[in-house]
Write a protein of this length. Structure first.
Length: 132
């Protein structure tokens, strides 16, 4: 039997999580990353096989989509799959922010900018190695 949860429980958990996010990061979130790997839901839940449809998501697109969704008329039809996909991207960016806190380098400190860029490139190469 699959795990179940009520919408009320989920709403409460998400509210509590966002309260903690706001306390830790403030009321406006700034993400140091934009692009991320995304696995299609039909493949993410197929544990018998290895995902083949890996696409790239973009946090800036996700945040723009969430804002647009908030500006939709309250009676407008909600495409749950589409909106949850963009919310998932933002939630993953929050998870990444918590795991790898971003500290903006001093604009005059060229060394920290170069090392930050170098470490991002190294991370990207390592993260792609499993794919090839």
């Amino acid at each position: 039997m699959p795990p179940d949860i009520t919408v009320a429980e989920l709403r409460s958990a998400i509210g509590r999580l966002l309260d903690a996010v706001e306390e830790q990061f403030g009321e406006e979130l700034r993400f140091p990353v934009d692009y991320y790997w995304s696995i299609a839901p039909e493949e993410a839940f197929d544990i018998e096989g290895r995902p083949e449809l890996i696409t790239m998501g973009q946090v800036s697109d996700d945040t723009a989509s969430v804002r647009a969704f908030l500006n939709d008329a309250p009676d407008e039809h909600v495409v749950v799959q589409h909106e949850s996909e963009h919310l998932r991207g933002v939630l993953q960016a929050i998870e990444h922010l918590d795991l790898y806190p971003y500290q903006a380098p001093d604009a005059s400190d060229r060394t920290s900018r170069e090392s930050s860029c170098t470490s991002r490139r190294r991370w990207w190469r390592r993260s792609r190695s499993w794919w090839h």
